[in-house]
Design a protein around this ligand. Structure first.
Ligand SMILES: NC(=O)c1ccc[n+]([C@@H]2O[C@H](COP(=O)([O-])OP(=O)(O)OC[C@H]3O[C@@H](n4cnc5c(N)ncnc54)[C@H](OP(=O)(O)O)[C@@H]3O)[C@@H](O)[C@H]2O)c1
Length: 239
């Protein structure tokens, strides 16, 4: 088994995922670039350098999870960090009373079911690490406390699909962290901030390089770091 740290980042061909991979690579990690599009994933890996390798992962295709787990097991024998970053928000701006079911199903398939099933497939490899870290990239929009407060400054972003999917991701963080509390594995949710990406849009105040910092911090937590938390940078957020 290799002594180098191995990190897998989903949705790593662009945006926050690519930047998270770059920053972990700069820290000496071997980074696995999870992407559904082979050309985009290969290009992202090449842009980082020899410490990066493309792994085909489509969050809507569980067969790709099993193939990725097999590849990682055969090549590295372990996984030190899983950054569940891939995410979509196709119902942004839609009213919960009118949103088409197809958008809700698509959102939950990628943001929740895919994330859960991939994590299950990779957990045996994370258990082989002496310091496994799972980062579930959530959003402050997944906070039940804030969504339940009509005065909370969430703008127009009160869609059920995206916000509900991130609330479910947070529940996965809390329940999995509890299950793993007597192991070295730490499980946390990350809110990157409102970041200039294809998803965040041009009006976002944060640059990508800063948006990736929360995921990188949670992927590299020391042994006495937190588990079962929801963070933006060093700050704990309301569930
Ligand atoms: N930007 C923000 O302000 C913000 C705020 C809070 C939370 N977040 C969260 O941060 C994460 C990254 O978002 P981002 O802002 O970097 O958005 P982005 O630039 O749109 O990137 C999203 C990534 O997810 C991938 N993806 C989507 N569906 C997929 C699927 N079925 N299988 C595999 N990959 C898939 C995309 O791949 P393709 O290129 O193939 O589509 C892309 O690599 C998301 O979970 C998002 O909810 C972002």
């Amino acid at each position: 088994m290799t002594h180098q740290k191995i990190a897998l980042i989903t949705g790593a061909n662009k945006g926050l995922g690519l930047e998270t991979a770059k920053q972990l690579s700069a820290l000496g990690y071997q980074v696995l670039i999870g992407a559904r599009n082979e050309a985009a994933g290969e290009a992202a890996a090449i842009s980082i350098g020899p410490n990066a390798h493309f792994v085909h992962l489509d969050m809507a295709l569980p067969a790709t999870f099993r193939a990725a787990a097999q590849f990682i097991a055969e090549t590295y024998g372990k996984l030190d960090a899983l950054i569940n970053n891939a995410g979509i928000g196709p119902d942004n701006g839609q009213k919960p009373s009118e949103v088409p079911m197809a958008l809700i199903r698509e959102t939950f398939e990628t943001n929740v079911f895919g994330l859960l099933e991939l994590t299950q497939a990779l957990l045996p490899l994370l258990r082989k690490s002496d310091a496994g870290r799972i980062v579930n990239v959530s959003s402050i929009l997944g906070s039940l406390s804030l969504n339940a407060d009509p005065s909370a400054q969430l703008g127009d972003w009160r869609s059920f699909g995206y916000n509900g999917s991130k609330a479910a991701v947070n529940m996965f963080t809390a329940t999995l962290a509890f299950e793993l509390k007597d192991t070295p594995i730490k499980v946390n949710s990350a809110h990157p901030g409102w970041v200039k990406t294809d998803l965040g849009g041009d009006a976002a105040p944060m640059e990508i390089v800063d948006g990736a910092k929360t995921s990188v911090r949670l992927a590299t937590l020391p042994a006495d770091g937190p588990t079962g938390g929801f963070f933006h940078l060093d700050d704990a957020l309301p569930w």
